[in-house]
Design a protein around this ligand. Structure first.
Ligand code: ADP
Length: 554
């Protein structure tokens, strides 16, 4: 079907529905006429409002046609029916115009703002308008008798509260009901609070409407003094309407209670079992809490988030515990190794000093010198060990003070290479230095950087055979300075590469190269990290190693 034709048919259907409903309500209203045109017109008003809210301005046409089809008096001519129809259409359109103008409001009164606007500005204005104009029409109507204003007022209250009574639930729940038939039904969460607000409004309106009608009829009844059989019949008809209103209110109450009972107890049960499952450590799935009410959706989502956060925290705690256990075993390992490392040079010092004391006469001059050299070497080793240990402890406790300043790293490299020249000369090793032309400015503590480079160069010297070449290369690399110390020495296996930056990790069993403390790289790592840099190694056994230090540029 062409879209234009579809639209035209839809409009036609909307006009027809409004016409039929409005006309029928008008007819029934006149049937309940009390006297001289004071009729029960609230169903027609409510129908007009609801149709205009749903269908827009097209419903106005249905209202005008409905008024013409159901004249309020056999004498009514077409112009006065047209006028009265247009007035009814205009009043019915007031709420829909307000809702069209205020885009933040929703036609199904899903929130307090929409509900209040509808009640206050929409229907009150609408019904006041209708009551005044309608009553004026009645008053000026030829067969009409001038009505008492007080009575008109009471009747007006009755009529407008009753119109609200019908229109409010029709809008609030009708929209949801209609949307069920739509294929592309949007998910519209309704809140329990809003439902309760609407139910309260219905109860209040129903109560006021039936009270006002009763008041009006009783006064009238008493005022007339005599009960004409015709008036009694009309009175009873209208009283039947109040009974219907009371019934409507009661039905709303029962339906609301039953709905809430059913729709609230089930998600509550689901929340309880979800919480129990959560306690057992299961993840919470918000979809398992089956409710379209906003409150439950929010609770379900909050619970899901809480469950996720708790699980994350549990995982963090587990990792922390694992780390703490590992740290504690590393500490005891460290203590064991440290006592061993300290004991070895001390034993050597004590052993040689004892020997010198006990067998002083039998030891010749050459041996004595050799023994004393041994004592001195062990003592120096011990001192270096203790110094390194103290440095590590100071860094660990955050007490190590680094003196940062803008330095040219090329100077640090040149100084270190210069101070290690004798080491390399001893093993006839050549040191190749590649420096960039531009200054390598970094914010660093130059003495610590030199200490790191010294350690790397000393290791390269120690673990490379005689006559091998050692290179020191430096360059800019992704906003950092990179200094590499490469040797073609014995290399380090992948497993050992992971350990050498830890304390006391000397990879090789004591041999000719074991003069080190096993703390040099651990200290180097700490110094480099304190500068915001990184130290890494690339190596293959038998092929050599490349230690690289990256430092942020100044
Ligand atoms: P050490 O004082 O024993 O040299 P380090 O912390 O400086 O202690 O080094 C730890 C271990 O890493 C060394 O014992 C050695 O086994 C290995 N190592 C360090 N540098 C090199 C290198 N350039 N080539 C081969 N192995 C190395």
């Amino acid at each position: 079907m062409p879209p234009l034709l579809r639209r035209a048919l839809l409009r036609l259907a909307q006009v027809a529905v409004t016409f039929l409903l409005f006309g029928a309500c008008n007819k029934i209203g006149f049937y309940f006429e009390v006297e001289n045109g004071v009729s029960i017109l609230f169903p027609a008003s409510a129908v007009g409002i609801v149709c205009c809210m749903y269908f827009g301005a097209w419903a106005a046409l249905g209202i005008i046609l409905g008024t013409i089809a159901t004249p309020w008096s056999p004498n009514a001519d077409l112009p006065s029916l047209l006028l009265s129809g247009s007035i009814s259409a205009l009043e019915a359109m007031i709420p829909s115009l307000i809702f069209r103008w205020r885009r933040d409001l929703v036609t199904d009164l899903r929130d307090m703002k929409s509900l209040l606007t509808f009640l206050l500005f929409g229907t009150i204005v609408n019904t006041a308008f209708s009551a005044i104009i309608g009553n004026l029409l009645v008053v000026t109507h030829p067969p009409g008798v001038l009505l008492q204003w007080r009575e008109v007022f009471v009747w007006w209250i009755a009529d407008f509260t009753a119109a609200l009574l019908l229109a409010t639930p029709a809008l609030a729940f009708g929209g949801a009901l209609l949307s069920r038939f739509r294929i592309d039904r949007p998910e519209r969460p309704r809140s329990i609070t809003n439902t309760l607000q609407i139910v309260t409004v219905i109860i209040l309106l129903g109560f006021s409407a039936s009270l006002a009608i009763r008041l009006y009829l009783n006064e009238e009844y008493i005022r007339q003094g005599l009960v004409s059989p015709q008036f009694e019949v009309k009175r009873q008809r209208v009283m039947a309407v109040t009974t219907i209103i009371d019934g409507f209110v009661l039905l709303t109450l029962v339906l609301a209670s039953a709905t809430l009972l059913l729709k609230i107890s089930r998600p509550f049960r689901q929340i309880r079992s979800a919480l129990e499952a959560m306690r057992e450590g299961e993840p919470l799935d918000a979809a398992r809490i089956d409710s379209r009410y906003l409150e439950f959706r929010t609770i379900a989502e909050t619970l899901e988030q809480t469950a996720r956060t708790l699980q994350q925290r549990e995982e963090e705690l587990r990792l922390q515990t694992e780390r703490a256990v590992a740290a504690s075993s590393i500490k005891s390992d460290f203590l064991a190794k440290m006592s061993h490392e300290l004991r070895t040079p001390l034993n050597s010092i004590i052993g040689f000093s004892d020997l010198l004391m006990e067998q002083e006469e039998t030891i010749d001059g050459g041996k004595r010198i050799a023994f004393l050299e041994n004592v001195a070497t062990s003592a120096r080793h011990l001192l270096k060990l203790i110094n390194d240990l103290l440095d590590i402890a100071r860094i660990e406790s955050g007490k190590m003070r680094l003196h940062f300043e803008d330095v040219d790293l090329r100077h640090a490299i040149a100084n270190t290479v210069a101070s290690t020249t004798p080491l390399f000369a001893r093993k006839r090793q050549e040191v190749e230095v590649l420096l960039p032309d531009e200054p390598m400015i970094a914010r660093a503590d130059i003495s610590r950087v030199e200490q790191v480079l010294l350690n790397l160069l000393a290791n390269a010297n120690k673990f490379s055979p005689e006559g091998e070449k050692i290179s020191v290369r430096s360059r800019a690399d992704a906003g950092r300075w990179r200094i590499e110390v490469a040797d073609r020495g014995i290399g380090i296996s992948a497993d050992d590469q992971r350990r050498i930056f830890d304390e006391f990790e000397q990879v090789f069993t004591r041999g000719p190269n074991s003069a080190g403390t096993g703390l040099g790289l651990a200290l180097a790592r700490r110094y480099v990290e304190a500068h915001g840099g990184r130290i890494e190694v690339q190596s293959a056994v038998g092929e050599g190693s490349v230690f690289s230090v990256t430092l942020p540029r100044g």
